[in-house]
Write a protein that binds this ligand. Structure first.
Ligand code: MG
Length: 245
């Protein structure tokens, strides 16, 4: 099942995807443009991976890391589908990052790779924008690069874990103003989802609503004010965002 959180007529609703569009919990059908899309879950602790695709690491002339390179994101940074993200006036390189977002469904402590997917409730799409001008050091990711308000679109849907046969074989694509600019496959991740859950839960407890953003493939280029950026993952849908001044 695909579920979303939306605001409609002054209230927040859970909604599901049907062949006729979006349906609220009371059965009412609403149009995609009639509602305000919120992130499909309320993010708790959010882990984000740096350099977790072989092709993206080599694009940036980096060796693949030997241990996951992880940083945290705060709740201020998330917005929903069809949202707006500001480009600061002094920035020369602001790029999208299409990422598979893994949502934890139950408390996980010292979980092995073999059982890791039992702790996942589902998947969604993240666009982990980076403001490269502010980057000082890959090994100390700067809050100004990765935690700006409204700069991590998430959604549109949370797709149940059972509905994705193999999360390690999904295509990812990004379009800017309708033109394809980034293309890859989750097959190319350096640390796969079970390894990341084993790694993180090995030294800290993961809880429902925690999210792991699993990194982005190559093809990240600068975007401008007015650009419409669509990040798409096979089986999960398309997440739209517009850049504003
Ligand atoms: Mg990223």
């Amino acid at each position: 099942m695909k579920t979303a959180r939306i605001a409609y007529q002054g209230d927040i609703h859970f909604a599901k995807s049907t062949k006729n569009g979006i349906e609220l919990e009371n059965g009412k059908a609403v149009g995609e443009e009639e509602v305000v899309w919120l992130p499909p879950i309320e993010p708790q602790t959010c882990f984000a991976l740096g350099l977790n695709y072989f092709d993206h690491a080599s694009e940036l002339s980096f060796e693949a890391p030997e241990e996951p390179l992880v940083f945290l994101k705060g709740p201020n940074t998330f917005i929903g589908h069809r949202g707006f993200t500001r480009r600061p006036a002094d920035v020369r390189n602001m790029h999208y990052e299409c990422e598979l977002a893994v949502v934890i469904g139950k408390q996980a402590e010292k979980v092995s790779k073999e059982n890791a997917l039992e702790y996942v409730s589902g998947y969604t799409i993240a666009n982990d924008y980076a403001f490269r001008d502010y980057l000082e050091n890959y090994y100390r990711p700067n809050l100004r690069v990765k935690n700006r308000d409204d700069s991590t679109p998430l959604g549109p849907w949370l797709v149940d874990v059972e509905d994705i046969a193999d999360p390690m074989d999904l295509s990812l694509r990004t379009y800017v103003n309708g033109e394809i600019v980034q293309e890859g496959s989750t097959k190319d991740m350096i640390f796969d989802i079970p390894s990341l859950i084993e790694y993180l839960s090995g030294f800290m407890t993961l809880s429902p609503g925690d999210i792991i953003l699993t990194g982005t493939p190559k093809g990240t280029i600068d975007t401008k004010v007015g650009d419409e950026v669509v990040t798409e993952i096979e089986g999960l849908g398309k997440l739209t965002n517009t850049i504003i001044a």
